[in-house]
Design a protein around this ligand. Structure first.
Ligand code: PMP
Length: 339
């Protein structure tokens, strides 16, 4: 019989799928022009790349004794890490309390509750040091007896899980032909872990971060933006400042317009940070097209999650219109803001 004992056993080994229509470039065989390959992380059993870090962080805390039988896992999370943690916690008999900023969609919060977790919502528009900030609220809850906070922003098992799984997968899947790796930066775990692994295999691999306009990684001050799960208003320990060769700044308008193109033209129903990262990968492909370097370019872009958590936002014309983003026509394709 073919089966696994738990969904947790199905984490990782996600496929690479070539982007074709949305690049607006001729689709040529590898070796004759840039190839962009999307790593489809929503095919993880919890629906996102974060399943990878959840398992590793929990196993490490059990081994160190920080997480005791029957304990409570407390974490500030925009949803995806919560799902991964909730999935593993259920199998192992832990309770979960998640702290979310209020910009996280109601859909995503309900998913966490469906897995049996408690969800506490905090305001986005306060400084990290404010008592109501989601970092501080989670610290308070985590200081209660039996509680353990994985702290994906500082836990070395976050980048390590990518160094040990995502990086080797990408290297093997591209048979070592990858020239550029593109990922959105939130905690920085993905780009730091994958980037370090790839550079150890071949120092010439270019590691490119995609970042929302306003976030610190692209030189911003942390001013608000709408794309979820990426960008920060501080520098987390999990981000290795030495690994990215370049950061490409992407506006909310371009991120959302490209997210919608991925669904309509590539049948990839993915989240806003995926549209952001893929838009950066497209920009890179355009820069490389027609250059000698571009002939052999193999760009891998990691797409962290599914679009199902954003149906009432990015895929909702009324929501987009509320923020002045175009929903149809040439402006929507280019991501220009109207009005
Ligand atoms: N996209 C989404 C939707 C996320 O939830 C996250 C994690 N915050 C990221 C991208 C960024 O990944 P990382 O934290 O590894 O930088």
């Amino acid at each position: 019989m073919q089966y696994v004992d738990s969904l947790v056993d199905l984490i990782g080994d996600t496929p690479l799928v070539r982007l074709a229509r949305t690049l607006d470039l001729p689709v040529t065989p590898p070796g004759e022009g840039p190839v962009v390959l999307a790593k489809i992380e929503y095919l993880n059993p919890g629906g996102s790349v974060k399943d990878r870090i959840a398992t590793r962080m929990i196993e490490a805390a059990e081994a160190s004794g920080e997480l005791q039988p029957g304990g409570t896992i407390v974490e500030p999370t925009s949803g995806n890490t919560g799902v991964g943690l909730a999935m593993v916690a259920q199998a192992k008999g832990y309770h979960c309390v998640f702290v979310c900023p209020d910009k996280v969609s109601e859909d995503k919060r309900n998913v966490l509750r469906a897995y049996g977790a408690d969800v506490v919502v905090c305001p986005t528009a306060v400084a990290p040091e404010h008592p109501d900030s989601y970092y501080n609220v989670s610290d308070r809850l985590a200081s209660e007896p039996g509680a353990w906070k994985p702290n994906q922003y500082a836990n070395p098992h976050n980048p390590r899980s990518h160094y040990e799984t995502t990086g080797p997968e990408v290297w093997a899947q591209t048979e070592g032909r990858i020239t550029h790796f593109v990922a959105g930066v939130g905690t920085g775990g993905t780009i730091s872990g994958v980037g370090r692994y790839l550079k150890e295999q071949d120092p010439s691999v270019q590691v490119v971060g995609a970042d929302p306009s306003g976030s610190v990684y692209s030189g911003g001050t942390g001013r608000p933006y709408l794309v979820e799960g990426v960008g920060e208003d501080f520098w987390p320990d999990t981000y290795d400042r030495d690994v990215a060769d370049r950061i490409i700044e992407v506006s909310d308008a371009d991120s959302f317009a490209f997210t919608r193109r991925l669904a309509r033209e590539e049948a990839m129903l993915v989240g806003g940070s995926c549209g952001m990262a893929a838009y950066a990968a497209r920009q890179l492909a355009h820069e490389l097209a027609g250059t000698p370097e571009g002939r052999d370019a193999v760009i891998v872009v990691l797409l962290p999650d599914s679009g199902r958590g954003y149906l009432s936002k990015i895929f909702n014309d009324d929501w987009l219109a509320t923020y002045g983003f175009p929903t149809t026509g040439a402006d929507a394709r280019e991501g220009r803001t109207v009005g």
